[in-house]
Write a new protein. Sequence first.
Length: 128
Amino acid sequence: MKKLLLFTKFIRLGDIFFIVLFTGLIIFIINRSWNMPVGQYLKIESNSKVTKVFSLNQTSNKKIFGLLGDSEINITEGKARFSKSPCTKKYCVHQGWINKVNQTIVCLPNQILISITDGNESYDSVNY
């Protein structure tokens, strides 16, 4: 009984309301981000220019020339990844496969960016 009184001394009804509200909000955001649609195209940018757009419905290896040298991008079964890169730490290679809309892998030292799109260009207030 003393523990219950001690609990109600520090936690009020408004605190419980905010805990439940923010827990529900966090669950909603996580659920929405995990259920992104699967993309159809791979967009590759090198030196801040869109170089090529490829369909994800193919199996191929693409070599893209960047600032440090050639990076190899592997497209297989609707997903893509960096398979080789001339950068030293190779964070881009360790990112693994991407296949959902708006997923992106960036190789900063080599200045290459790959991202998944669904074919529809979405604009925000910055690039409108």
